[in-house]
Design a protein around this ligand. Structure first.
Ligand code: PLP
Length: 592
């Protein structure tokens, strides 16, 4: 229902309406509940913590100011103090185009009162900046909530930082990067404000529920303690040396692979060999995540196999899944290209089924839970410095896949935890990426020095995979030959070499399995329990034990709010949720 196509003015307006609608409903609910047990709002920050999950709900800052001042008659200073002690903000990306900015004219038109409040927040904030940094006009321009270059725009990240007591990045490398780049000025103004809390994943869903065969095997050997304290997985480490355990571990993986092969056959009508290496890249389709790098390797492999089908190839099934944002043209081209390459490879009699390529549609959490337990190889190949954390990387390693990856996001910390020798690390480091960009990166240099890359790009360019429309994939290839913003060409040869190491190791199942077990055993630090406890202690200042807090959370309030909304079809229509929202509500009613 959410995230409409924001490539049009109408889509962008709808998006801002949705953001404001949910934010306002949540804040009014929070204040209503607080008033039932307390007089006034002075102690709101002691009882309530509001975590801004990215900048999308940042309009909550002026909205809480509005509610406190206009509805509850609190003065500016007291209201601002309550806000700043209640809000904190998690940054999830360093992509400049993903940092939300709204045209001031649009906010003015839709939320005029909020725009006045934002101006006043900005005036007071910039006064303080000027007072502490006299004469530094450029600093004032950079940290202002309003971008005055070109059409005036409201910078939601700046608003979120100024209105929060704590800001966090989601992996150590990512936090280092935001301190040094996009938020460097704010970091200098307040060096204690930006902290790191590395993401985690829940072991209940991503291991116990998603992977029964492995979960049962683990419980058999170390009990059930790991379900609540994932660090207990350490107990598996010695079992990596036990041939009997390795065999049982392999059997669990094999049964997951057979199950997924069955799903692929029934959903897509594609037969894959469950004994082949399952090479998996599942995540949103985005150029920075470099599904193209993976696909170029597939085309290369196909080419090599055709040239020498009798060689001792490791059979592979390459699995992609992921959605493209509605207005993201290049991402949709990449999906189309994957399908076209799959159509040729999967029907090529010359390679005798040695290589299969599968795109599983409609990637969501349920699909993820079907695919991840069956993976042998986890593709985490973003350009170094672009992936804030990643959590797919954690789910896959926790399920006994080996990672082929760059030193990016949480991959860095996963490598430290499981040991670099138990991963296939390749490619440019963050500093090298920065240097290439500074030196005016030219992809043609890398294409001219790699016959494999030149050959693969020529085949796609000339229509080998789109015989009915030879020019279809030229825009993708031309982008790689021209700008190649995410350095696919620069990392291609290193990626090929890493993939050769993968195939070599897969021929030695005992060593492969040994490393897979060590991956699982050493992933205990990547539980969402650890992450949530860090937020509780370092950000929300939660004193009492978390189980008591969990019991106090009344999920029922949300359903109650939904039912009330369902009785106001005009409002739902206004925020673009009309029929879909009512249908979802009806479904909720029928479930528990
Ligand atoms: C875990 C997960 C993601 C995040 O994957 P990344 O590889 O970290 O980008 C995205 N979508 C779904 C459905 C997931 O389960």
């Amino acid at each position: 229902m959410l995230y409409p196509d924001d490539s049009t003015t109408m889509g962008r307006e709808l998006r801002l309406k949705q953001q404001y609608f949910f934010v306002s409903a949540s804040l009014q609910d929070i204040l209503f509940r607080h008033r039932k047990h307390h007089t006034g709002f002075d102690d709101l920050p002691d009882k309530v913590a509001i975590q801004l999950n990215d900048t999308h709900p940042a309009i909550a800052i002026p909205e809480l100011m509005r509610l406190l001042m206009d509805v509850h008659d609190i003065g500016w200073d007291a209201a601002w103090d309550i806000c700043r002690r209640t809000f904190s903000y998690t940054n999830h990306t360093v992509m400049p185009e993903a940092l939300e900015t709204w045209p001031v004219a649009l906010v003015e038109e839709m939320l005029p009162r909020h725009m006045r409040i934002i101006y006043e927040i900005n005036r007071r904030f910039l006064d303080e900046v000027r007072h502490r940094n006299p004469g530094d006009l450029d600093l004032v321009r950079r940290v202002s909530l309003i971008d005055e270059t070109g059409g005036r725009r409201l910078r939601m990240a700046n608003l979120a930082i100024v209105g929060s007591h704590t800001v966090n990045g989601v992996a150590q490398l990512h936090t280092d990067i935001i301190r040094e780049t996009i938020f460097a000025d704010f970091h200098r103004l307040d060096p204690d404000k930006i902290i790191n809390i590395t993401n985690g994943v829940t072991p209940r869903r991503w291991l116990n529920q998603a992977n029964k065969p492995l979960s049962d095997l683990i419980c058999l050997h170390i009990g059930e303690g790991w379900l609540r304290d994932l660090r207990e997985l350490r107990g598996l480490e010695p079992l990596a040396e036990d041939a009997g355990f390795r065999e049982a571990f392999q059997e669990a993986k094999q049964s997951n692979k057979e199950r997924l092969a069955g799903l692929i056959d029934s959903r897509l009508g594609i037969r894959v060999d469950a004994a082949s290496l399952f090479d998996v890249q599942v995540k949103r389709i985005h150029e920075y995540k470099r599904q193209l790098l993976n696909l170029l390797h597939v085309v290369h492999l196909h080419d090599r196999m055709c040239a020498d089908p009798g060689a001792a190839w490791v059979p592979r099934t390459v699995i992609f899944s992921g959605k493209a944002a509605p207005g993201y043209d290049m991402a949709k081209r990449i999906i189309k290209l994957i399908h076209d390459v799959a159509d040729v490879i999967n029907h090529d009699p010359r390679i005798n089924g040695l290589l299969k390529l599968v795109f599983i549609p409609n990637y969501d959490v349920s699909t993820a839970a079907d695919i991840i337990p069956a993976a042998d190889l986890s593709e985490q190949i973003s350009t170094a410095g672009t992936e804030a954390s990643g959590t797919g990387n954690m789910k896959l390693s926790l399920n006994g896949a080996l990672t082929i990856g760059t030193l990016d996001g949480a991959n860095v910390e996963i490598a430290e935890a499981v040991g670099e020798e138990n991963m296939f690390v390749f490619g440019l480091r963050r500093e090298e990426v920065k240097r290439l960009h500074d030196e005016d990166y030219d992809p043609m240099r890398f294409i001219q020095s790699s016959r494999a890359l030149a050959n693969v790009l020529r085949k796609i360019h000339d229509g080998y995979f789109s015989p009915t429309e030879l020019e279809r994939h030229r825009p993708v290839v031309e982008d790689l030959m021209g700008e190649d913003r995410y350095l696919v060409c620069a990392d291609f040869e290193a990626y090929l070499a890493a993939q050769e190491r993968v195939a070599e190791l897969y021929r030695q199942p005992e060593i492969w399995t040994h490393r897979a077990i060590l991956n699982v055993a050493r992933m205990g630090g990547f539980s969402s329990d650890r992450a949530v406890h860090e937020y509780a202690k370092r950000v929300w200042n939660v004193q009492k034990n978390l189980e008591a807090v969990e019991q106090e959370f009344h999920g029922g309030q949300f359903v109650h709010g939904m039912q009330q909304l369902a009785q106001n079809p005009d409002l739902l229509q206004f925020v673009g949720l009309g029929e879909q929202f009512l249908a979802a509500g009806a479904e909720l009613k029928g479930s528990n």
